[in-house]
Design a protein around this ligand. Structure first.
Ligand code: AHR
Length: 512
C-alpha cells in the first residue's frame, strides 16, 4: 500500500481522541418467526454449589449468629440476588465432594455435627453446618428446584437410600420421624437425583461398564418410588464418546438423564490454564475456540444417544460447565477462586446459545459454580458482595427460560477460528420474541441486517453488555464496571431488523 493510502486508511480508524475505533463488519441473516421449535427448558439456566472453599461457607451461609444480615443463616444479599436471577435449579453437595460426603454428618443440632476433612478441596476442615436441612431451605428461599447428588464413590446403596427416605418420606418410618425431630415436618421434593459424580475420575476411577452396572444396582434401591424425580447417571468427560455409548447400552433404560462435564480452559492445558484477567488477545480468542468444542460434543453425544433413544426421551444434562482459570494469586489452594470478566459473560452467552440449539436433548445444565468458585455469578468478601459479568449475562437471558426456539441463520465473518457473531432467538408464551447476539471480535463492530420471516412490528426492549477492555471486571471497589446498559441502536423497518453490535459485546433484544 502506498504511504498516502496507508495514512488515509489509518485516519479512517482514528477518532478525535486518537484511539482506534471499530471498523464495521457486515453480518446478514434470516429469522423465521413462524417456525417455533422446542421449548428451552428453564433448567438449562441451573446453578451448581459445592462444599468447596467459600462457595457455601461465607458465600451463601454465614450462620444465624453472624453480623452479616441473614435469614436463618443465609446471606440476605446473596439470596436476593439469586431470587432476582430466577435460578431454576441448584445442584449440591458436589462435584467431587459428593463422593466423600456422608449425609449423617450434616443433620441434627449444628453444635454436635462433626468436623470432617475435605480431601478434594485443600483438606479444608468442614464443620457441616450447611447440611441437608440447610440445602433444602436454601433452595426454597431462592425458589429453585433441587438436585441432590448421592455418594457412590465411598458410600453404599443403603446410605444413599436412607438419605432419600429421610428427605422425601411422608410416612411414620424411623428416618421420616428423625427428620421431623430435626425440625422439618413435611418432606421435601428431590427434583433431580444424581447417582455419583464423575465416576471416571474423583468419583471412583471406574470404567464405563463397571459404573453402568453399579448405577443399575444403586438406582433400584435409591430412586424414590412412584415419583417423578429425574434420575441422572454419571456421564462422560467431554469427548469420551465410548462412555456415552456404554452407559446408553447397558443402563439407558434406567436413567432419565446422562450428565456431561466440560470446562473451558483458554490454553486447553490443566497445568497452566490461563489467567482470569490480564490475558492476551490470543487467550481471549482461544477461550472461545475451546468453548465452542461444546457444540461439537453435544452433536456427537446426541447422535450416540439417538442410536438407542431416537425419540430423545433421555436428556443430556450438562451439569458442570464454565470457564476454569489459574486461581487468583494468593488464594488458598483448592478453593478455585478466580475473577470474572467481560470474556466470561460472552463465554456464558456462547454456551447458552449452544444449549438453545440443542434444546430438544439438553434440558438441564448447571454452571460451575454459583458463588465464589470458578465462573461464579456472585463474589463475596466479608459483608460485601458483587455481581459478576456472568451474572449479568444470565440476567439478560432470563426471558429465554421456557421460550420456544426460533430458527436463526447468520452469515458472519470469522474471528480467528470461530464466527465473530453468533446468536439465538426464541418466542415466549406471551408471543414476545427474544434475540441474543454476541460479537466476539474485540476490534470490530458488526453491522447486522436481519430479514424477518413473519410479523414483528416493534422493538420493545434492548440491553447491551460491553466494556472498553477485554478483561474488564467488577471489583469490590468498582462493582459496576461491567453492567448492562439500554441498547437503543436497533431499527425495525418493513420486515428488516438492522443494528450495530459493538465489538466484544452481548446484545439482547425484545420484539413484538
Ligand atoms: O467444579 C469443580 C470440580 O470439577 C467438581 O467438583 C468436579 O465434579 C469437577 O471435576
Amino acid at each position: 500500500m502506498a504511504m498516502n493510502s496507508a495514512l488515509a486508511a489509518l485516519a479512517l480508524v482514528l477518532v478525535a481522541g486518537g484511539a482506534p475505533t471499530a471498523t464495521a463488519q457486515t453480518v446478514t441473516g434470516v429469522l423465521r418467526l413462524n417456525e417455533p421449535g422446542p421449548v428451552i427448558a428453564p433448567e438449562v439456566y441451573g446453578q451448581f454449589m459445592e462444599q468447596l472453599g467459600t462457595g457455601i461457607d461465607g458465600g451463601v451461609w454465614v450462620g444465624p449468629e453472624s453480623d452479616i444480615p441473614n435469614t436463618r443463616g443465609f446471606r440476605n444479599d446473596v439470596v436476593a440476588a439469586l431470587k432476582d436471577l430466577q435460578v431454576p435449579v441448584v445442584r449440591w453437595p458436589g462435584g467431587c465432594y459428593a463422593d466423600i460426603y456422608h449425609w449423617r454428618d450434616g443433620v441434627g443440632p449444628r453444635e454436635t455435627r462433626p468436623v470432617t476433612l475435605n480431601r478434594w478441596w485443600g483438606n479444608k476442615e468442614e464443620n457441616n453446618a450447611f447440611g441437608t436441612h440447610e440445602f433444602f431451605e436454601f433452595a426454597e428461599l431462592i425458589g429453585a428446584k433441587t438436585y441432590l447428588s448421592v455418594n457412590v464413590g465411598t458410600g453404599t446403596p443403603r446410605e444413599a437410600a436412607d438419605w432419600v427416605e429421610y428427605v422425601t418420606s411422608d410416612t411414620g418410618s424411623r428416618l421420616a420421624e428423625e427428620r421431623r425431630a430435626n425440625g422439618r415436618e413435611k418432606p421435601w421434593r428431590i427434583d433431580y437425583l444424581g447417582i455419583g459424580n464423575e465416576p471416571w475420575g474423583c468419583g471412583g476411577r471406574m470404567r464405563a461398564s463397571y459404573y453402568a452396572d453399579l448405577f443399575r444396582q444403586y438406582v433400584g434401591f435409591v430412586a424414590p418410588s412412584g415419583g417423578d424425580t429425574v434420575v441422572v447417571a454419571g456421564g462422560p468427560d467431554a469427548e469420551n464418546y465410548d462412555w456415552t455409548r456404554t452407559l446408553m447400552q447397558v443402563a439407558g433404560k434406567d436413567f432419565d438423564a446422562l450428565s456431561l462435564h466440560y470446562y473451558t480452559l483458554p490454553t486447553g492445558d490443566w497445568a497452566a490454564k490461563g489467567a482470569a484477567i490480564g490475558f492476551s488477545e490470543d487467550q481471549w480468542r482461544s477461550a472461545f475456540v475451546q468453548t465452542y468444542r461444546m457444540e461439537a460434543m453435544l452433536n456427537a453425544h446426541d447422535a450416540i444417544m439417538d442410536e438407542t433413544d431416537p425419540d430423545g426421551e433421555t436428556m443430556l444434562a450438562v451439569d458442570e460447565w464454565g470457564a476454569w482459570y489459574d486461581p487468583t494469586p494468593g488464594s488458598p489452594g483448592g478453593w478455585l477462586q478466580q475473577q470474572n470478566s467481560l470474556r466470561d459473560a460472552l463465554l456464558a452467552a456462547v454456551n447458552l446459545n449452544i444449549f438453545h440449539r440443542h434444546a430438544d436433548r439438553v434440558r438441564l445444565a448447571n454452571i460451575a459454580q454459583m458463588v465464589n468458585v470458578l465462573q461464579a455469578m456472585i463474589l463475596t468478601d466479608g459483608d460485601r458482595m458483587i455481581l459478576t459479568p456472568t451474572y449479568h449475562a444470565f440476567a439478560l437471558y432470563r426471558p429465554f427460560q421456557g421460550a420456544r426456539t426460533l430458527p436463526l441463520f447468520l452469515d458472519s465473518p470469522a474471528y480467528g477460528d470461530v464466527k465473530a457473531v453468533d446468536g439465538t432467538a426464541a418466542v415466549d408464551p406471551q408471543g414476545r420474541v427474544h434475540l441474543a447476539l454476541v460479537n466476539l471480535d474485540p476490534h470490530h463492530e458488526a453491522t447486522m441486517i436481519l430479514n424477518l420471516e413473519g410479523a414483528a412490528t416493534e422493538i420493545t426492549g434492548g440491553d447491551v453488555l460491553t466494556a472498553a477492555a477485554m478483561d474488564a471486571h467488577n471489583s469490590f471497589d468498582a462493582p459496576a464496571a461491567v453492567t448492562p446498559r439500554p441498547f437503543t441502536g436497533a431499527r425495525l423497518n418493513g420486515g428488516r431488523l438492522s443494528l450495530t453490535l459493538p465489538g466484544k459485546s452481548l446484545v439482547v433484544l425484545t420484539l413484538r
